[in-house]
Design a protein around this ligand. Structure first.
Ligand code: SF4
Length: 146
């Protein structure tokens, strides 16, 4: 799975400055397991957006946001809310951002930072897979279990 965490709100404040209406996309797989892009996180993000004076036109948590066909299907099911938005905000890893971008002509903003590919039996015991670990010396330490 891909381990991700929320971007700093100051960074998102700047990235979302041009947009008044937003459609939110989460991911029910890794991003939910990381407590970064599931239903609860979308709800809290929507609350934060409201405090920023922005409107959320709708939201969806896709089974796997990186699955192109599932993303296409779920965005189709929310076509009116997507059409009403100035941009889509994706609470998933970079692969999810790419998948959503491939399925819309709207601007897409990623709200999470992808940290590393992990193997885990449980979130508390996740560790880098061998490929990431081999190149991880210049990266910051793994996130602690949340
Ligand atoms: S979009 Fe990213 S976080 Fe979601 S299932 Fe795919 S790899 Fe995992």
């Amino acid at each position: 799975m891909i381990i991700s965490e929320a971007k700093p709100l100051a960074e998102l404040h700047e990235a979302l400055a041009p947009f008044g209406k937003l459609f939110l996309v989460g991911c029910a797989a890794c991003a939910t397991a990381c407590k970064a892009g599931g239903e609860d996180e979308l709800f809290r993000f929507q609350e934060w957006l409201a405090g920023e004076g922005k409107e959320t036109t709708g939201s969806v948590v896709i089974d796997e946001a990186c699955h192109l066909m599932r993303a296409a299907r779920d965005l189709r099911q929310h076509a009116a809310a997507v059409a009403a938005a100035d941009a889509l905000v994706v609470l998933a890893c970079g692969s999810g951002v790419q998948s959503i971008s491939a399925n819309t002509d709207k601007r897409v903003v990623g709200a999470l930072n992808s940290l590393f590919l992990a193997m885990c039996a449980a979130l508390a015991s996740m560790r880098r897979c061998a490929r990431c670990a081999a190149t991880a010396s210049s990266m910051k330490p793994p996130v602690s279990a949340r």
